[in-house]
Design a protein around this ligand. Structure first.
Ligand code: HEC
Length: 470
């Protein structure tokens, strides 16, 4: 991606290796800043990965040492952005003391909370990988030094596994469990049973509510599951079926800050298995997941959130729940999303927050409808908004991925463009060319997002409409 000569301005800097160990910040300026920028945000406007806030510098400090010693190449994600570049090894140019000084600076700079690096550690890591001659890849590093998982809201979690054949969640209190285990990860994962079919799992523990208030829960399972808080069933996925959102159960509970007893019952019949459970409060728009995001090994659907990358709008062309068969999804940066229906020739759904879970289609080759990752989706229109003679003529994307839809109506051409506006709004620009007719364009029937129900569009007089999502 970058011509190698971009990397060479660094080499004269290696002459400064007489600098003392304690000059961590200065050494950083000499050996790292050309690529990672003096402010740690990544040189050339973020074309290089940042060290400020990087998850790669947190947790096991051996990882940072290993990167500096041997370099890094290939695809890597840092702070949600993807890179595929080359970091040259620095192990020969830098002594142990210098690496210690640099990393102890980097680990605490710009709000980083990396661990202290002891001098011995660099020596140990050098010795451990002395025979290695190639730079690391990101997956290799993660295998050796995995990220530390953040604790979830589930504490003191235990799991009990049951054997049996059911069509509904059974009364587990009447069945003898096979075993009990502590689940320190705080994550629900059906793989813990290490069984393919005809088993059940009951998890018990505390849901650690951050504050008093009302909590929403979302539960899905292959096959059935039940969520019980303080002894009351809050959500239930009944019977046999896949984990694809078609049987998803939602519920609310008013909880006090601190530990609230939680119990999750699950059973698996035949075929694929898996459970997903998320929670949120009125003030958080995103679901917090307490289930394994990936059920790959057992064939369930991993949750793969599709997100805008590098400030570009992301597109989703598969079936979307709530839209017609020819609905096309757009996730604009800034957590604004829209589905345009080529059947209705109008924006059909809009919502704030996460875009789409692409897991279903990526694993099942496009069976079924995928659900937007929000339960506050606003339907703007559910019917065709233009004359029956109007024809969809496709769409074009600008360099930022923003779409313009083209519609032909009796000799006139309508162009209908969408982009992210200020303060998380969606801005729609309508333009009509040819002919003399003035068109009445419905804007959707939702006063919370648009004040006008329609606009009059005259040829060559573009109109801009703003949809407010927050
Ligand atoms: C010649 C440019 C260059 C220099 C000099 C350089 N790096 Fe890097 N660094 C990179 C690139 C490029 C990547 C990403 C590699 C990839 O895409 O696989 C990277 C990745 C990293 C990462 C992991 C990803 C991240 O952003 O957290 C760390 C940590 C890191 N560098 C630390 C350092 C430190 C500390 C120094 C100074 C001792 C340094 N680098 C010097 C170019 C450089």
């Amino acid at each position: 991606m970058f011509p190698p000569r971009l990397l060479f301005p660094l080499i004269p800097l290696l002459l400064h290796s007489h600098l003392k160990a304690q000059d961590g910040e200065q050494l950083y300026g000499l050996y790292c800043a050309a690529c990672h920028a003096p402010d740690g945000k990544g040189a050339t406007g973020g074309a290089f990965p940042p060290l400020a806030g990087s998850e790669w510098l947190h947790g096991n400090p051996k990882r940072s040492v290993a990167i500096v010693l041997k370099g890094l190449h290939g695809p890597i994600e840092v702070g949600g952005k993807s890179y595929n570049l080359e970091m040259p090894p620095q192990g020969d140019a830098l002594g142990d003391d210098q690496i210690v000084a640099i990393l102890n600076f980097v680990h605490k700079a710009w709000g980083n909370k990396g661990q202290e690096v002891k001098r011995d550690l660099v020596r140990v890591v050098r010795a451990e990988f002395t025979t290695r001659t190639t730079p690391w890849t990101a997956p290799e590093l993660l295998k050796l030094f995995p990220f530390e998982k953040k604790p979830t809201a589930l504490a003191n979690l235990t799991s009990r596994v049951y054997k049996g054949q059911w069509n509904q969640t059974p009364d587990f209190t009447k069945i003898q469990s096979e075993n009990v285990e502590e689940e320190h990860s705080g994550i629900l994962d059906t793989a813990l049973a290490a069984m393919k079919e005809d088993f059940g799992i009951v998890w018990e523990g505390d849901f650690m509510a951050p504050a008093d208030g009302e909590y929403s829960f979302i539960l899905d399972a292959d096959d059935g599951a039940k969520l019980i808080l303080d002894g009351k069933t809050v959500a239930e996925v009944k019977g046999l079926g896949p984990i694809d959102g078609s049987r998803v159960a939602k519920g609310k509970a008013t909880l006090k800050a601190g530990a609230n007893p939680i119990r999750i019952e699950y059973f698996q019949g035949k075929g694929q298995q898996g459970i997903s459970l998320g929670w949120k409060t009125a003030s958080t728009k995103k679901w917090q997941w307490v289930s394994a995001s990936s059920q790959k090994n057992t064939g369930g659907n991993p949750q793969i959130p599709l997100m805008p990358q590098d400030g570009k709008t992301v597109i989703y062309r598969n079936f979307i729940k709530g839209s017609t068969a020819r609905g096309i999804g757009f996730g604009f940066p800034g957590e604004v999303n829209m589905v345009y229906s080529a059947d209705n020739l109008a924006p059909e759904l809009i919502w704030a927050g996460d875009f789409m879970d692409a897991g279903l289609h990526w694993t099942n080759r496009g069976q079924g409808f995928q659900t937007p990752m929000s339960d506050e989706v606003i339907t703007l229109t559910a019917q065709r908004s233009l004359a029956p003679t109007a024809r969809f003529k496709g769409y074009s994307l600008d360099p930022k991925g923003n779409p313009t839809f083209h519609v032909k109506i009796d000799g006139q051409l309508l162009s209908d463009a969408f982009a992210l506006g200020a303060d998380g709004t969606l801005v729609r620009t309508l333009k009509l060319s040819g002919g003399t007719s003035v068109l009445e364009i419905p804007l959707g029937d939702n006063p919370s997002v648009t004040t006008e129900k329609s606009v009059s569009l005259a040829p060559d007089k573009p109109v801009t409409v703003t949809y407010k999502l927050r």
